[in-house]
Ligand binder design. Structure first.
Ligand code: SF4
Length: 92
């Protein structure tokens, strides 16, 4: 079975209005912030029309990659979703 099929089986509950990851406002993105647009497995990060990195955290797999890369620098703020929200992994 392909990983995409497996991922599709995960369910995701969006905590509307309370995104668990936010990107610090910036004029131009740092290299590590820009890298997130390539390496986030859920493709949550995008370069918007004015060249800034934006996130839509719906679908985030909570893998922690962006946290490791960008939280210490303050480029992003990262919290686990509130209980009951976020990704619900289905195993098997
Ligand atoms: Fe993407 Fe992982 Fe960061 Fe979620 S935690 S936004 S899946 S890199």
């Amino acid at each position: 079975e392909r990983i995409e099929d497996k991922l599709y089986q995960n369910r995701y509950l969006v905590d509307t209005g309370r995104p668990h990851i936010t990107v610090r406002p910036h004029r131009s993105p740092s290299p590590s912030l820009l890298a997130l647009t390539q390496i986030c497995p859920a493709k949550c990060y995008e370069v918007n029309e004015i060249g800034q990195v934006a996130i839509v955290s719906d679908g985030c797999l909570e893998c922690g990659t962006c946290r490791v890369l960008c939280e210490a620098s303050g480029d992003i703020k990262w919290n686990y979703p509130r209980g009951g929200f976020g990704v619900l992994f289905k195993f098997g």
